[in-house]
Design a protein around this ligand. Structure first.
Ligand SMILES: [Zn+2]
Length: 442
């Protein structure tokens, strides 16, 4: 395993991702695959071009594993995969000897915009979207970001005005009237689902009418999903309201995804009925065999976010939390439960997919989540978690997450072989999104 030093999150928060943002490369000649593609419109090969990737290790963690294979990209899709050479007149041939080709990475739980939204859009959107691509991410699920800006960011990346991953965005609907106004702290640091902050009296219900109006507003705004946060209160309205939201959302063609971080709240979310994805592993409390069965029988996929409760280390060797502050050992001492619960759910057949619930640099979040997953999952398991399973978590498995003809040509080329060294997943040299070259560091 390659040891890599994690820079302190605190300094990351200040400096942002370390990126060289090049100017637009509009002067590049066709055929000159320059080192960095800045934006879709500057990608040198239109999506209609054919590209053959040759002599690559084709690998997706869910069946495709060809030691020296050939892949044809046509019209933005994977047209053919073969263990023998593919011939296509006029196609650009990329020799990928010694490299592994995998599906573009999928981040199934992320928060993208930080700080003042308008300023972020003006100053940071471009470099931060590029950072996702450079880390290998071609699809990102936003589980909660400022409404106007995330929808505009989704539009700009889809239109190619900003080079970035495909964005899928969720709008939030409350399960009860919040007892306390949200603080400035990282919600995982001051988690109300954990004693002593856990509510001890019933929360005020939101009226059915207001709930239905909220879901309709989320749909009308153009969101792709409804996000809910489950923290039950004694005799509270949360389970019933979540059921109503899921039903209403489904009628409007939207999936409902639910945050729950305790065993108790995860079971409550399952009991509500109609939830499409649980966006966290239950980290707090040990699942019994019966509870594992109940969750597995629901068929609801779960997003990992295992790295949240695993410390980073600062340059001065202090354990730090994802918000860059001191690691709160006193409040999250049950955190080690997450990986155990994750493996129990996996063994029971739960579709377990990759997501980080972070806001900092994508390459670092990837590395940190890999480290956490690797405690209880093999390299091959992790490839499935990052590929097909993450795609199922965001309901896109018919388009992304595995190497099959007909799928979007969202691809990552890596140095090495992640089955031998998991951290080769960080050695990204090329990234394609729907057949367009978005990153080229060869
Ligand atoms: Zn989240």
């Amino acid at each position: 395993m390659q040891a890599r030093t994690l820079t302190a999150l605190r300094s990351l928060a200040v400096t942002g991702p370390l990126l060289v943002v090049l100017g637009a490369c509009s002067g590049d000649r066709p055929g000159d695959l320059s080192r960095n593609m800045q934006a879709d419109e500057n990608a040198l090969l239109p999506a209609t071009s054919q590209i053959i990737i040759s002599n690559a290790h084709l690998l997706d963690g869910s069946g495709t594993d060809i030691e020296s294979g050939f892949l044809l990209i046509s019209n933005g899709r994977i047209a053919e995969i073969s263990s023998t050479p593919i011939v296509a007149e006029g196609a650009l041939v990329i020799d990928a000897s010694g490299k592994t080709v995998m599906p573009g990475y999928i981040e199934a739980h992320r928060h993208i915009i930080e700080g003042a939204p308008a300023e972020w859009m003006a100053d940071k959107a471009q470099s931060e979207m590029q950072a996702f691509l450079e880390a290998g991410f071609t699809t990102v699920f936003s589980a909660g970001d400022p409404q106007t800006e995330i929808l505009e960011l989704r539009r700009r990346t889809a239109a190619g005005e900003i080079a970035g991953p495909r964005i899928i965005a969720a709008g939030r609907a409350p399960l009860a009237v919040s007892a306390a106004p949200g603080g400035e702290d990282d919600p995982a640091r001051t988690d109300v689902s954990r004693p002593p902050l856990r509510p001890t009296v019933a929360a005020m219900p939101v009226s059915d009418e207001a709930t239905e109006q909220r879901v309709t507003a989320i749909s009308d705004a153009g969101f792709d999903a409804v996000k809910t946060v489950m923290v039950t209160t004694p005799e509270g309205p949360e389970i019933r309201t979540l059921g109503l939201i899921a039903q209403k959302a489904k009628a409007l063609g939207l999936p409902t995804v639910t945050h729950a971080v305790t065993v108790q709240d995860t079971l409550a979310a399952v009991a509500a009925g109609g939830v499409a994805t649980l966006v966290h592993t239950p980290h707090i409390g040990q699942l019994t065999a019966e509870e594992v069965r109940l969750i597995a029988d629901s068929g609801i996929p779960i997003t990992s976010t295992l790295g949240i409760f695993v410390p980073f280390f600062s340059d001065s060797n202090a354990p730090i939390f994802r918000d860059g502050e001191a690691f709160p050992w006193d409040t999250i001492s049950s955190a080690g439960q997450g990986p155990v619960n994750a493996r129990l759910l996996w063994e029971a057949g739960v579709v377990y997919g990759f997501g980080t619930d972070t806001r900092f640099a994508p390459s670092l979040t990837l590395e940190h989540e890999l480290k956490s997953l690797h405690l209880v999952f093999s390299e091959r398991d992790i490839l499935k978690i990052m590929g097909e399973n993450a795609a199922i978590n965001i309901r896109m498995q018919d388009r992304i997450g595995s190497l099959r003809p007909g799928m979007y040509a969202d691809l990552v080329l890596l140095e090495g072989n992640p089955l031998e060294d998991l951290y080769d997943l960080l050695q990204v040299t090329m990234v394609f999104k729907e057949g367009k070259i978005m990153v080229d560091k060869r």
